[in-house]
Design a protein. Structure first.
Length: 254
């Protein structure tokens, strides 16, 4: 995909502002355009070839620091990776996310990071600057094995590597938790996942929400995906919701 003009709201680094609570507003931090993990179920319109939002590092740093001035106090929680995974397939080369986390933690700004990538353990030294209540790391899982996960997220890091990273974060004393989202019938093996997580860790669930079928049109590298077809069965949202409730009622009792 060729980007001709990196100006305007869509090319801001800090965006997606929304009220979270009476005294807290979440703002999204997106150092990259598009996400090379290309999870089939993603509804953020972010799938595609990952590229930095600003190819020149010095200009990126200047832009970020300028935008940061619009969020000057502790009313703001910086949500890294709200639309794209900031620990993506090019972060190890470019390092934009680490630079952002370095700046935010040095200023003791509240942060929350959601990712599928084991690369996040690289930045444990930065997370340790923060008190646990001001820095939350969320690892996302849909299944416990590569075989299952490949049905819906074949280009994302394997669940096995994510699990290893989760344990490493937990052992380091980082405030890490799990987002089991989306929960997908026939793919998410809830009982096994729960048995593999560190003891006492918080786990949040969310069933998949069906939208329209969609297709990657920017670079033709993401296959067409019918969001309601899992394991050879066409599902409705009501059927998914009922299966999810049934799973919640039986988990741990099988």
């Amino acid at each position: 995909m060729k980007v001709l003009d990196r100006t305007g709201e869509q090319y801001k680094i800090i965006k997606h502002e929304r009220r979270y609570a009476d005294n807290l507003t979440i703002v999204g931090v997106e150092p990259y355009l598009k996400c090379g993990f290309r999870c089939f179920y993603c509804i953020t319109d972010s799938q595609g070839q990952t590229q930095p939002i600003e190819p020149d590092l010095e200009k990126f740093q200047q832009r970020f620091l300028a935008e940061l001035q619009d969020f000057p106090d502790d009313r703001f929680l910086f949500g890294v990776s709200l639309a794209t995974d900031s620990y993506n397939d090019i972060e190890e080369k470019w390092g934009y996310t680490r630079w952002v986390i370095d700046e935010l933690t040095r200023r003791d700004r509240r942060i929350s990071i959601t990712t599928k990538s084991p690369l996040i353990t690289r930045d444990i030294d930065l997370f340790k600057r923060m008190s646990p209540e001001r820095c939350k790391i969320i690892l996302s899982f849909t299944a416990s094995t590569t075989e299952l996960a490949n049905k819906v997220e074949p280009q994302a890091p394997s669940p096995e590597l994510r699990m290893k990273a989760l344990h490493q974060l937990h052992a380091a004393g980082i405030n890490a938790c799990v987002l089991m989202a989306p929960w997908i019938p026939g793919i998410t093996d809830t009982d096994r996942l729960l048995s593999l997580f560190p003891k006492g860790i918080k786990v949040f669930f969310q069933p998949i929400e069906l939208g329209d079928d969609f297709e990657e049109v920017l670079d033709q590298q993401r296959p067409h995906f019918s969001a309601s077809l899992f394991m050879g069965k066409q599902w409705t949202q009501n059927e998914i919701n009922r299966a999810y409730i049934q799973e919640c009622n039986t988990v741990g009792k099988k």
